[in-house]
Design a protein around this ligand. Structure first.
Ligand code: C2E
Ligand code: CA
Ligand code: CA
Ligand code: CA
Length: 274
């Protein structure tokens, strides 16, 4: 038993080494990604329930490397988040997202900020500076943050969000329902919208629990005067159910996949999802 225990420990060490090496390679690649022009953005429309008017687009980062091929942000964002790379990538994302606004007739761009970016010193001043430099009105920028970003230091987060909202930025609480927030506490935060996590939308047709959660989030949002954006909408049945539940905005493959800036520009001018 002693023997096999040692074997297992060695195997464990090897697996750990392998995963550390993998992370290092990703980190090394990411550090070069801007200079090598391997990054790009994709934009996915967010539509109003009534009439399917396109009100905004979510900006999503893409990384395509010679070494690994396309790498999912679900994989590389958490690695960037654990180092200071997230700041460099985040600045690049914000600048790109602000630049596309001049090509759209009035829609907003919805930009994801990781907890580490949000907690950065002078986060507000940093954003304001870039937005002003780009000559963009704050109401055309939506800031997407997750519950994790705001609940660890709720007082500081509340103050930051208040200042951003005073300046006219839109604030959306992303992946809502997956974190630890007590529903009661969200009153503390200056928000415009809740984004219902895709996992609940997926489950809606299958299980009562998901449908019940979606209904409570919509109800909560509406009673607090917030918009409620359902993300990851893939089917006609989900659209019907979400309309019935009262979600104000919808986003997902059913309407459009994330697309290039060029395609987003064309769609923005079309104004409605056909
Ligand atoms: P998220 O913020 O929840 O973004 C939504 C994700 O769902 C995106 O995946 C989007 O492509 C995908 N999606 C949209 N509609 C559908 C649908 O109908 N079905 C399915 N199956 N998926 C759908 P993506 O682009 O792979 O991004 C994954 C996550 O990576 C994002 O989740 C976000 O947390 C993070 N991320 C992406 N871009 C950025 C960025 O620029 N900055 C930061 N901090 N995080 C980012
Ligand atoms: Ca998001
Ligand atoms: Ca989300
Ligand atoms: Ca998500």
């Amino acid at each position: 038993a002693k023997h096999s225990g040692r074997g297992a420990a060695r195997l464990f060490d090897e697996v750990m080494d392998e995963s550390i090496r993998f992370r290092r390679r990703i980190e090394g690649g990411l550090a070069q990604s801007i200079a090598r022009e391997e990054l790009s953005m994709a934009y996915q429309p967010i539509v109003a329930r009534e009439g399917l008017e396109i009100v905004g687009f979510e900006a999503l980062l893409r990384w395509n490397t010679a070494e690994f091929g396309p790498v999912s942000p679900g994989l590389f964002i958490p690695i960037a988040e654990e180092s200071n790379l997230i700041h460099e990538l985040g600045d690049w994302v914000l600048d790109q997202s602000l630049a596309v606004l001049k090509d759209w007739p009035g829609q907003y761009v919805s930009v994801n900020f990781s907890p580490r970016q949000f907690r950065r010193q002078n986060f507000v001043a940093h954003i304001v500076e870039r937005v002003q430099r780009a000559g963009v009105e704050p109401r055309r920028v939506q800031i997407e943050i997750t519950e994790t970003a705001i609940f660890d230091d709720a007082d500081h987060a509340a103050e930051t969000l208040y200042r951003l909202r005073q300046m006219g930025f839109r604030i959306a609480l992303d992946d809502f329902g997956t974190g630890y927030s007590s529903l009661y506490n969200i009153r503390m935060f200056a928000l415009d919208s809740l984004k219902i996590d895709k996992s609940f939308i997926d489950g809606m047709g299958r299980e009562r629990e998901s449908a019940a959660i979606v209904h409570s989030i919509v109800h909560l949002g509406r009673s607090l005067g917030l918009g409620v954006i359902a993300e990851g909408v893939e089917t006609e049945a989900q659209v019907q159910a979400l309309r019935l539940a009262g979600a104000s905005h919808l986003q997902g493959f059913y309407f459009a996949h994330p697309m290039t800036a060029e395609d987003a520009r064309e769609l923005a001018h079309q104004r409605f999802i056909a």
